[in-house]
Design a protein around this ligand. Structure first.
Ligand code: ATP
Ligand code: MG
Length: 229
């Protein structure tokens, strides 16, 4: 793959705290994600996977280093520029679905699109298509509490890609699911990534899932290295 990276972290560091209690969690992370690839991010608990994803998703700033989304350096962006870039270019999926409980599955997928400026009719139509992609066309009216864990995560995944982002960041998206459901949800996630040419970075403790991805990056001692298989 020769295309330019859609996500590029250059010499990223992250320090928590200061003085004697400072913790250097990321110590110079270099990472490039190209369109269409699905990359696993592994490493022991506390290694900095979530921290790295939050920095890549522009949810927090690195202590030093650069984050480039689609070639654009994010450091110079103000709050509103960052919010816009995040809304347009990045989808985020968490371990817990974080769906809005008082809204239906369909509405949950519609809302980010309407925030981005689509009409209710357009957003609804796309929500229906997306829910169908993950086999939930008959669950659109259900609120999250009336969905199974795997169904909730599938809604969270299509919500994350509703605005056609270039980068999908997922933090243990199947961590709360039983092994069979986890592998079903992962298969659907893969299908979506392949169909859309998105780039995905997925933190997981599940090495079997990691091996099913295109490559695996491991965080160790604050740096990221390709894990040989
Ligand atoms: N806001 C913060 N202030 C201080 N330390 C923090 C903060 N956020 C994270 N840390 C520390 O940074 C380290 C990395 O945390 P992080 O959540 O990125 O790990 P992780 O690899 O995602 O772990 P897990 O697999 O358990 O989810 C941890 O030791 C954590 O205590
Ligand atoms: Mg984590």
């Amino acid at each position: 793959m020769n295309s330019d990276p859609v996500l590029w972290l250059k010499d990223v560091t992250r320090r928590f705290g200061s003085g004697d209690t400072a913790l250097d969690i990321l110590r110079g992370v270099d990472l490039a994600l190209r369109p269409g690839e699905i990359v696993a991010l592994v490493g022991p608990s506390g290694a900095g996977k979530s921290t790295l994803l939050h920095i890549a998703g522009l949810l927090e700033a690195p202590t030093s280093g650069q984050v480039l989304i689609d070639g654009k350096d994010c450091a110079g962006l103000g709050d509103s520029g960052r919010t816009k870039l995040r809304r347009d270019s990045i989808g985020f999926v968490y371990q817990f679905h974080h769906l809005l409980p008082e809204f239906s599955a369909r509405e949950n997928v519609m809302i980010p699109q309407m925030v981005a400026g689509l009409s209710a009719a357009e957003a609804g139509e796309r929500a229906d298509q997306l829910l169908k992609m993950v086999g939930l066309e008959r669950r659109g009216t259900h609120r999250p509490a009336r969905l199974s864990g795997g169904e909730q995560q599938r809604v969270a995944i299509v919500r994350a890609i509703a605005n056609v982002p270039q980068v999908l960041l997922a933090d243990e998206p199947t961590g709360n699911l039983d092994p069979q459901t986890a592998s079903d949800v992962f298969a659907q996630l893969t299908r979506i990534v392949r169909a859309t040419g998105l780039a995905a970075l997925i933190a997981t403790h599940n090495l079997e899932l990691a091996h099913a991805m295109d490559r695996t990056l491991e965080i160790r001692d604050g740096r990221v290295a390709e894990l040989k298989r």
